[in-house]
Design a protein around this ligand. Structure first.
Ligand code: 6R9
Length: 635
């Protein structure tokens, strides 16, 4: 274990250098010392980045679930693997030990096999955040079926297109789900989706809300009676290192969703390694990631990363605002959470509310707090650091993507000094480079460019399901031979990285490159502003000008809009320069957001340009109704 865990900055640099100079040796050692294999690999890595082909641990045989559960049983059988915290705080939490998890996963695996699911078959999982979700994921992996989890907030048409894209044979769902004070009819959504899905022959239905739901004869079955009859003995499938583990669709920006395919051994090694180092997990800690398992963050850091390390991981069914804005802090207190990992969008929403909600709780169990999903603005960083981390817990701002499988750039707590809004340094094995418009690598520090990765890493996606050409075109063609992230970044004077946002969020105004994030930071500092988003629109003289969409706090509502606009532009001029002033400011009641909390800038850009013709797919928005309001209020 000593090699696995980095203890201080000097050791970080040592491991980093070794991982770059001798990646085969580095990852070979991490892999052989920390996992159980049926058979060792012939070669650690083989790749051709120009053709987007990468193989890790080729020739090895392994089962990831054996590594997540079985190997822990002798030492940690009674340790809690999963704490399930229900939506309703009055419903008791559930503690599932490693022994119990083993039993549940084996039974589920047997049910899947009895229903005809074989190695390589795709199974769609459309479940709320209940233990059955993690159990289903693990049961698929145990028998070599490829899981495709679809976030249970997606509509029936989004679900259908994902099921059809990878031709799932089965859907695992529940009667319904709870979210805050709402109940959602999940089974109804599945039924509607399946009218367009000819490949699905079986639907397994878990009970959660106990609502009466129609069951289609010959297709639908209640899960529990099948589990009751199933044996707890299950022999795990022996998988090749590069056998598919799962497909996960990226929160679509344009067009058809991309089914990112992740494979077995590399994903296992990298998620386990990053979990241990980035959260500094110690043996009896309780780890809580608030993401949904329907996103990559939940796959890697609720299920696989924690369980591979024999950790206790929290599955939270609820939302941060129910029954009130103290919910997160109450759960941390209740379960003595040691590591807490959430998203800037949640932090900003909670920071808008009274401080009393968080100050009521000492949160003294916390040791490390983390952020993921989008750039964390300075104000949110400080609020999180001060009021949640109590200025004593390192805040790890972790940059990564569905495509990267695991965290790529992040401080290591108690190792890397943090800096607000900076993801800081790459993990061992990760070689970030910044590229200019002429496709040259930018050397040195204090520079900005497009963020690429120049050497393969174990958990990178291997392809887009069914469309390798699109995979190549999207990620490996813009900068030939390198993986292009689609993000822009700056590297400061000591080599720390700050992710400035999607590259398409960089707007060139009168020849100046402006990132949207720093401008939004400046605007958000105005006491009357709750949130903002900036886009560019064509301008005769400047090339592009800036258009700002601004949500006011209650205190701003009664104020004169012209004066507010002037104050906001003054703030921008003061902090960034007059060049970054907004030409147009539209006050709105909300911003179009994807279900993972990302602003859909494409729509804002179209409105700013006055082009209402083709907004593309807005069905995956959390708040599609806002689009009308924004259109009507265009300046
Ligand atoms: C894990 C996840 C990926 C995109 C990524 C970037 C943004 C994620 C970030 C961040 C700045 C961070 N992003 N983490 N930007 N700082 N710490 O979110 O995956 O849903 O695929 O999104 O999210 O723009 O390219 P995914």
């Amino acid at each position: 274990m000593s090699y696995y865990k980095i203890k201080n900055l000097e050791q970080y640099f040592k491991h980093y250098k070794k991982s770059i100079r001798e990646p085969q040796k580095f990852w070979g050692r991490v892999a052989s010392e920390n996992f159980v294999w049926y058979q060792q690999w012939e070669k650690v890595v083989e790749y051709d980045m120009a053709d987007a082909r990468v193989e890790w641990f080729k020739g090895a045989k392994v089962n990831i679930v054996k590594n997540c559960i079985d190997r822990h049983l002798a030492k940690r059988g009674d340790k809690t693997a999963i704490i399930f915290e229900p939506n309703n705080p009055d419903e008791p939490a559930l503690h599932i030990s490693y022994n119990e998890l083993h039993e549940r996963v084996c039974k589920m695996a047997n049910v899947l096999r009895d229903q005809g699911i074989k190695k390589g078959d795709r199974v769609c999982i459309y479940l709320p955040m209940i233990p059955e979700l993690a159990v289903s994921v693990l049961a698929c992996a145990r028998i070599g079926a490829v899981h495709s989890v679809v976030f249970a907030g997606f509509s029936s048409s989004a679900l259908a297109s994902r099921i059809n894209d990878c031709e799932c044979k089965m859907v695992i769902t529940s009667d319904g789900s709870y979210r805050g004070n709402k109940t959602v009819d999940l089974k109804g959504i599945v039924d509607e989706a399946l009218q367009q899905c000819p490949t699905v022959t079986t639907v397994l239905v878990a009970k959660r809300t106990n609502e009466a739901v129609p069951m289609q004869d010959g297709r639908d079955q209640w899960l529990q009676p099948l589990l009751d009859k199933a044996s707890t003995n299950n022999v795990a499938e022996i998988m090749d290192a590069e056998d598919p583990l799962f497909i996960l669709y990226t929160s679509g920006s344009t067009g058809k969703p991309k089914g990112m395919l992740h494979t077995t051994a590399g994903y296992m090694v990298y998620t386990a390694y990053t979990f241990k180092n980035i959260f500094n997990y110690q043996d009896n800690d309780v780890f809580w990631c608030t993401a949904d398992i329907g996103w990559i963050t939940g796959h890697s850091y609720i299920v696989y990363g924690p369980l591979l390390n024999g950790a206790t991981t929290v599955i939270f069914e609820g939302v941060p605002s129910y029954p009130n804005f103290s919910r997160f802090w109450e759960v941390i207190e209740k379960h003595n959470v040691n590591q807490f990992y959430t998203a800037p969008t949640a932090i900003r929403a909670l920071a808008k509310e009274s401080l009393e909600y968080v100050q009521k709780y000492p949160l003294s169990s916390l040791k490390v707090i983390g952020s993921v999903g989008e750039p964390i603005n300075e104000e949110a960083w400080h609020w999180y650091n001060d009021h949640v981390g109590g200025k004593r817990c390192p805040l790890v701002d972790t940059w990564w993507q569905t495509e990267t499988g695991g965290i790529m750039i992040s401080p290591l707590p108690f190792v890397t000094p943090t800096k607000p809004t900076y993801a800081t340094l790459p993990l061992p094995g990760i070689q970030p480079v910044l590229m200019d418009e002429k496709r040259n690598e930018i050397e040195g520090n204090q520079v900005v460019g497009s963020l690429c990765i120049k050497y393969p890493w174990p958990s990178m996606a291997r392809t887009i399901w069914g469309d390798h050409q699109r995979f190549k075109d999207t990620y490996f063609s813009t900068f030939p031979g390198k993986y292009f992230t689609g993000d822009g970044a700056l590297r400061d004077e000591v080599g720390y990285y700050r992710i400035t946002g999607r590259v398409d969020d960089v707007i060139i105004v009168s020849g100046h490159n402006l990132g949207t994030a720093p401008i939004e930071d400046a605007i958000n500092e105005h006491p009357a502003v709750a949130e903002s988003a900036i886009v560019g629109f064509p301008h005769d003289i400047k090339g592009n000008a800036l258009y700002g969409y601004i949500i006011l706090k209650d205190i701003g509502e009664g104020r004169d809009r012209n004066n507010l606009s002037k104050e906001i532009n003054q703030l921008i001029a003061d902090q960034i320069g007059p060049i970054a002033k907004l030409d147009k400011i539209q006050f709105v009641s909300g911003l179009p957001k994807t279900r993972s909390g990302k602003i859909m800038r494409r729509i804002l850009r179209k409105v700013a340009e006055g082009d209402f013709s083709n907004f593309g797919d807005i069905s995956t928005l959390l708040n599609p109704e806002i689009v009308e309001e924004i259109k009507n209020g265009r300046l």
